[in-house]
Design a protein around this ligand. Structure first.
Ligand SMILES: C[S@@+](CC[C@H](N)C(=O)[O-])C[C@H]1O[C@@H](n2cnc3c(N)ncnc32)[C@H](O)[C@@H]1O
Length: 893
């Protein structure tokens, strides 16, 4: 059933490009051209033909084609033989080749190149209007459709037919965004290098298309008054929207019909960008829906390898235990345990507070600090401030104007005015409390009052921190000084990001409304389903914070339901905000993991930055399933005929054979390793943090002695007895239990004599017999050493999937699952066993995120070429940063 194979594109890429070009339908088919010609009266070339010598110089390839045609090639077919294409490749370079292929190698008659050219012209009259080369025009499409393109050639054939060659612009809805682009500006077009030949009658009328520099947050009054404008290129490869490359604009000779709307006197787009300048020493990352931090951890590791110091500054998740795990492994991050929708409101409110209280003061203080280098200060009006912790700026000291307030929620803090904890408040009237300091901020309804608002966490004078309580901002009107101090300190230490603070936002907004295991999904209109709203929130946060880069991860189901509306929506939001964008489908196993796991990744990049590429696979993989056919070409893979050097696929044995045997009852959270690593994977995954990150390494490889989280979900007594009966061999499952027969119809049934467990329950449970109509082999299935998992999920459910250890009577442990996800052994998880499995199963595999982080770092430094895919350094996936740095260093020597 599974093929052990290279994960490749089955169709040569160039073919697909042509097939998937929606604009190819625009053209009036050549077959109908003759009919059109007879009816035509108002379209014809004017003036003398362009002298042959000049025409040969400008469009030599077309005349070359004609010559080849007459040299005894198959004239019946207009398809151009590959051998000629290859010689053209040498003659005219790759760029021309690709464009040419768009026309020449389609399976569709519409896109063929007209090869029997007689001569070229410089002008044509269409109705009352004269068209020059380089003009832009409306061009007839199917039915009443009108498309837009730039005229590149006017030429006559040996049959006397008149053609023009057009370079197409895409409207937003002609791109992969389709209906999800309906909120885009109707005047915005996308430049493309797609071109083809059409009868001259297809030209309708002239249009003016202006070129403008792309800019995030472009104001509508900066949009030119021309008929249309474009600021980006669209190419079907990995559905890429990107800033036009300077060279390319010149190569293609910008249409004369386009007006360039300059912003500065400099000539190139990239130079015009405001952000273009010296690189920041550190790139700040915000990890949304962070879980335990798989995605951000990998991104930072990979970026570091490309010498980009990406640091997780902020992380956010609604799950408490996931937040604790992230804190445990990333003490440098501000981890917020809250819902993304509340975070969005909070950062908006925070910006207002900072404007009100902090900015001027901080600017003044910065000046002072640059003179005195002091970090603490005293002022007359405010208590002296000593910053104890980055997350909670603390205010200490007495102040004569310490404010008294009426608490909103006297019930919740479990205190009364007569509390023994409050010995010093005898002078405070009953029902009033004194704010000692503000220690935290949130947006939402922490007291469950039914009202969502901005709230501050207050530490009360004379009470312990356990009595701190959340108070809505209105209740704290009497203490602006306390708020001001909190905001000023928070602003300085960046407890929350403001627009411009975040360089990279990554995240996997959950789409529970469509996820694979949800039977109650709204397949027709997933964006209307509240459970899928997080994609909207994610994009709203991007819109507000305006990072340089965005990376969104999601399940392939966003490309399945409702004609892929969720996936298209995500891309469309980025492009609408003027981000460059592209999306790819990545199989985690291709990067050296014993699971397949197919996921969608969408890059976004500020127009002034280089759009990151996708990293090509490093390993062979055991294939399990394909993405939806429409998006097959978005899979990040080598083409079938492309040369590649891939490592052998990683299987279960490579990943976990060194781990100590444990029983289903194992309850220790840490234990000794017992054995040394046996494989390259195990040596890699057991590396210490300093070797993995490549920093803080003191020269000696520390041997890690303790192993964490190597304990399984404990089986119920009944299941344990059943599992002990499953043979320890490849392919074993519930069908091997005593008392099962399998019919010729492949359906498993109980034997007449039913075996009962000591509990009185049947040995063969009903759910195993009914699962997939009794045809499944997955209930109680053992994994085998030479196998991989399809996907590590959030809970090892032995009733419906193969999760049993090959030779031990238990499900895979948390650590084993973590290894399958590429988490280094030093990465620890917090929470109950169930919570830890969930964090691991939810994560973006570290090795995948690491490869993407490398691509991000390269893009940030504007390194690499402009292809959508890049090759990773040799041995990338299973070498630590330290090993890779050493080998790169040696290579450079
Ligand atoms: C797919 S997981 C993310 C995994 C993470 N990217 C990683 O690599 O480890 C999705 C996360 O979203 C969190 N989540 C769900 N709804 C949320 C919400 N409304 N706001 C914030 N987090 C939410 C879940 O708790 C879960 O940890």
């Amino acid at each position: 059933m599974y093929s052990h194979s290279h994960f490749t594109h089955p169709i040569p890429k160039f073919l697909f490009l042509s097939i998937s070009n929606p604009i190819r339908k625009v053209k009036t088919p050549a077959s109908s051209n003759r009919k059109l010609k007879n009816q035509r009266s108002a379209s014809y070339f004017i003036g003398d033909s362009i002298p042959n010598e000049e025409a040969q110089k400008r469009w030599g390839w077309r005349y070359e084609m004609k010559n080849q045609r007459y040299k005894g090639k198959d004239c019946a077919s207009d398809w151009f033989p590959l051998v000629i294409v290859a010689s053209f490749l040498l003659l005219f370079g790759l760029f021309f080749f690709l464009n040419f292929l768009h026309g020449a190698y389609s399976d569709d008659d519409e896109d063929k190149i007209v090869s029997n050219v007689e001569c070229h012209y410089a002008q044509a009259r269409i109705g009352e209007c004269i068209f020059d080369l380089g003009d832009c025009a409306y061009i007839k499409g199917e039915g009443t459709q009108k498309h837009i393109g730039k005229i590149l050639e006017f030429f006559k054939t040996t049959d006397g037919e008149e053609y023009f060659r057009v370079q197409w612009f895409y409207r937003a809805e002609d791109t992969v965004m389709k209906e999800a682009a309906d909120f885009h500006d109707r005047k915005r077009l996308f430049y493309s290098t797609v071109m083809n030949d059409n009868p001259v009658d297809c030209i309708i009328s002239k249009v003016i298309v202006a070129q403008i520099p792309p800019k995030i947050g472009l104001k509508s009054n900066s949009i030119p008054s021309s008929d249309f404008y474009f600021d980006m290129e669209y190419c079907v490869e990995y559905s890429t929207f990107r800033t036009l490359l300077t060279g390319k604009i010149h190569d293609l000779s910008l249409p004369s019909c386009t007006e360039t709307v300059p912003t500065t006197a400099t000539s190139t787009f990239l130079e015009n960008m405001p952000n273009h300048g010296p690189h920041k020493a550190e790139l700040a990352l915000l990890d949304l829906y962070s879980g335990c931090g798989g995605m951000s951890t990998g991104l930072c590791l990979g970026a570091k390898l490309s010498c980009t110091n990406l640091v997780t500054r902020w992380a956010l998740d609604s799950d408490k235990s996931a937040c604790e795990s992230l804190k445990l492994n990333h003490p440098e991050a501000q981890v917020r345990n809250e819902a993304a929708e509340d975070f969005l409101e909070l950062v908006k409110e925070w910006q207002k507070l900072c404007k009100r209280f902090a900015v001027n003061i901080v600017e003044r203080e910065n000046k002072q600090r640059s003179m005195s280098q002091r970090v603490t200060r005293n002022s007359e009006n405010s208590p002296s401030i000593t910053r104890n912790s980055v997350d909670s700026p603390k205010v200490t000291g007495n102040s004569v104007d310490s404010p008294r307030v009426t608490r909103s929620n006297v019930n919740s803090p479990r205190v009364t005015r007569n509390s023994v904890n409050s010995p010093r408040d005898v002078d405070i009237p009953l029902g009033e409390y004194e704010v000692a300091r503000i220690v935290d901020i949130c947006y939402g309804d922490p007291n469950e009052s039914g009202k969502r608002a901005l709230n501050f966490k207050v530490h009360w004078k004379g009470y312990s921190t356990s009595e701190d309580s959340w108070e809505p901002i209105e209740g704290l009107r009497n203490c602006p000084e306390r708020i001001k101090e909190f905001v000023r300190n928070g602003f300085k230490s960046k407890i929350l990001p403001l627009p411009g603070d975040v360089d990279v936002i990554c995240g996997g907004p959950p789409c529970q409304g469509i996820s694979g295991y949800n039977r109650f999904r709204n397949v027709d209109s997933p964006l209307d389903d509240e459970r899928n709203r997080q994609i909207v929130i994610f994009m709203d946060i991007v819109e507000f914070l305006k990072p340089k880069y965005v990376l969104m991860e999601n399940v392939v189901d966003i490309l399945k339901f409702d004609k892929a509306s969720l996936g298209r929506y995500a891309l469309s939001r980025l492009v609408h905000m003027k981000y460059q964008a592209r999306f790819g489908i990545i199989a985690a196993g291709c990067y050296g993991l014993p699971q397949f796991r197919l996921r969608v990744f969408i890059w976004g990049a500020d127009p002034s930055e280089k759009l990151p590429q996708f990293p090509l696979p490093t390993h062979e993989v055991i294939m399990r399933y394909w993405p939806p056919s429409e998006f097959e070409r978005n899979t990040v893979a080598y083409d079938e005929d492309q040369p590649r050097e891939l490592e052998k696929a990683i299987v279960l044995q490579d990943a976990i054979s060194d781990l100590p045997a444990v029983t289903s009852h194992e309850a220790r959270d840490e234990m000794p390793y017992e054995k040394p690593p046996e494989t390259e994977f195990q040596r890699f995954i057991r590396s210490g943090k300093s070797e993995m990150t490549g920093s803080g390494f003191n020269g000696s490889s520390r041997v890690k002695v303790m192993l964490y989280d190597h304990r399984p979900k404990r089986l119920s007594e009944d299941d344990y007895i059943r599992v002990c009966q499953i043979p320890k061999r490849k392919g074993a499952n519930f069908r091997d239990l005593p008392g099962v027969v399998v019919g010729a119809d492949n359906v498993a049934r109980r034997t007449e004599e039913q075996m009962l467990l000591p509990s009185g329950k049947p040995m063969i449970p009903d759910y195993a017999l009914t699962f997939e109509q009794g045809k499944s082999r997955r209930p109680f299935a053992r994994l085998w050493w030479d196998e991989t998992m399809t996907t590590v999920v959030t809970f090892p459910s032995l009733h419906s999937m193969a999760v049993l250890h090959p030779e031990q009577d238990r499900v895979l442990t948390i650590r084993e699952c973590a290894r399958l996800q590429g988490f280094p052994d030093y990465y620890r998880f917090f929470g109950t066993v169930k919570e830890r499995y969930c964090q691991v199963g939810n994560a973006v595999p570290i090795v995948v995120a690491r490869a993407l982080g490398y691509a991000l770092g390269m893009a940030f430094q504007k390194l690499g070429n402009d292809e959508p895919l890049m090759t990773l350094p040799p041995k990338f996936s299973l070498s630590t940063n330290l090993q890779l740095a050493k080998s790169l260093f040696q290579g450079n020597d």
